[in-house]
Design a binder for this molecule. Structure first.
Ligand code: K1U
Ligand code: ZN
Length: 171
């Protein structure tokens, strides 16, 4: 397993649409292992493959609390089959937009279909934090960041903040 660098805005790769995985092979499992280690190290609760520069439709997530055993989840080629009309607001963050948080409104429940770590097809409903996080991560697969849901002014402010922090860190 390896910790890989996480891309940050305005890296153009983050705007790419990721392509489907053909089969859940050992190479894909190695990618998911690296993604999980990278996510835990950051630390974060989710990560899409494009955030480490790999344009494949792969996501990892762990929504367990610090006092609970780790509970990694793996999603290959996830699809949203249904969403309810009711929405919920949540203050989101993103490892690719460090130190920026803002509220995004998303459907409160979504029905998902995806392949897991073993290539088994799973069909289930997600709600609460699970629904927030999977929709945030699935946006990454389309080249969309949570700041794209904000006003143009807020988005530009966020990008400038990340650029400035990077310049200061390099100085
Ligand atoms: O960059 C990412 O896609 C990961 C992102 C996931 C996410 C967070 C909040 C709402 C929606 C999606 C993060 O993990 S940001 C970091 C974070 O939320 C966190 C970090 C440490 C402990 C708890 C949370
Ligand atoms: Zn993100």
């Amino acid at each position: 397993m390896a910790i890989r660098p996480i891309l940050t805005v305005p890296d153009p790769l983050l705007k790419e649409v990721s392509r489907p995985v053909e089969a859940v092979t050992d190479d894909i499992r190695r990618l998911m292992d690296d993604m999980l280690e990278t996510m835990y190290d950051a630390p974060g609760i989710g990560l899409a493959a494009i955030q480490i520069g790999v344009p494949l439709r792969v996501i990892v997530m762990d929504l367990s609390r610090e006092d609970e055993p780790k509970a990694p989840r793996y999603f290959v080629n996830p699809e949203i089959l249904e969403r309810i009309e009711e929405t919920q607001p949540y203050e989101e963050g993103c490892l690719s937009v460090p130190d920026v948080y803002d509220t995004v409104e998303r459907p409160a429940k979504v029905r998902l279909r995806y392949l897991d770590y073993n290539g088994e097809q799973i069909d289930e409903w997600a709600e609460g934090m699970y629904a927030v996080c999977i929709q945030h991560e699935m946006d990454h697969l389309e080249g969309t960041l949570f700041i794209d849901h904000l006003s143009r002014l807020k988005r530009q402010f966020a990008i400038n903040k990340v650029k400035k922090a990077r310049r200061n860190a390099a100085a």
